[in-house]
Design a protein around this ligand. Structure first.
Ligand SMILES: NC(=O)c1ccc[n+]([C@@H]2O[C@H](COP(=O)([O-])OP(=O)(O)OC[C@H]3O[C@@H](n4cnc5c(N)ncnc54)[C@H](OP(=O)(O)O)[C@@H]3O)[C@@H](O)[C@H]2O)c1
Length: 223
């Protein structure tokens, strides 16, 4: 049977590349867009839906459209960053927004579609995180909202891995590297197609014993 993937944040960058690569590999692709107007001629092979991950009613609409269809792989990719505010000039509204998009949105995504994943053959969930969310690896400080929102994401994915283990679902967080997308902020080291190819290889070889871990895109475990 054709495997099915659902990916958030396919407007640009890593999400768009994931969707294009899975389509080229003959997967059925459900692509969600922050703004559906960003769907284009290159997305005509996907099932395209609107999903702002901060809007519960859009999750409900998407769930109604998809119903009980099995989803082999759920990729939480949508995210915002980097905050550059320094102590004394922090934009707390943006910090709060980062939590809504980077932390709470992915939790709502999994809550909405966990049963679809459980009903599939491959039963995998991957969240695109950042090594900036690792508390152990934080030796340079700053980026309060981004670091905290991705650390929160990592904590949530760990709990989901434990709670969904008995359903045979493997849950991981993956740092994509420093990638040449808008989110990478310029001068990034890794072309987006290389990062996504490596993450797809990693996801394809994951075993259930690895659930709950954080990996770099090349498969190196991160603390
Ligand atoms: N690039 C890097 O070096 C790097 C490193 C570590 C982690 N990451 C992570 O990788 C993921 C993808 O980022 P990217 O590098 O591909 O940057 P990007 O091109 O800016 O992609 C982010 C995507 O998320 C979407 N998005 C933003 N707010 C959203 C919302 N409320 N609901 C739904 N979608 C929303 C964006 O849509 P709009 O553009 O329409 O807002 C965009 O499609 C993010 O989670 C990011 O934190 C990237």
């Amino acid at each position: 049977m054709t495997p099915r993937v659902l990916i958030t944040g396919c407007d640009t960058g890593i999400g768009r590349e994931f969707a294009l690569q899975y389509l080229a590999a003959d997967w059925s692709v459900i692509a969600t867009f922050h703004d559906l107007e960003n769907a284009g001629s290159d997305t005509s092979g996907f099932k395209n839906y609107a999903l702002d991950v901060t809007r519960p009613e859009q999750f409900e609409r998407l769930k109604s459209a998809i119903g009980d269809e099995p989803i082999d792989l759920l990729i939480s990719n949508a995210g915002i960053g980097l905050d550059t505010g320094k102590l004394g000039t922090l934009d707390f509204d943006y910090v709060r927004k980062m939590y809504e998009v980077n932390t709470i949105g992915p939790l709502r995504l999994v809550e909405t579609f966990a049963e679809n994943v459980a009903a599939s053959s491959q039963r995998r969930i991957a969240a695109v995180t950042s090594r900036m969310g690792s508390i152990n690896l934080n030796l340079s400080g700053g980026h309060y909202g981004y670091r905290a929102s991705k650390a929160g994401l990592n904590a949530i994915m760990r709990s989901l891995a434990i709670d969904l283990f008995s359903r045979g679902i493997t849950v991981v967080s993956i740092h994509p590297g420093w990638v040449d997308t808008a989110g990478g902020g310029g001068n990034a080291a890794i072309p987006v197609h290389e990062s996504v190819e490596a993450m797809r290889r990693l996801i394809a070889r994951l075993g259930n014993h690895e659930t709950g871990q954080i990996f770099s895109y090349d498969g190196t475990p991160l603390p």
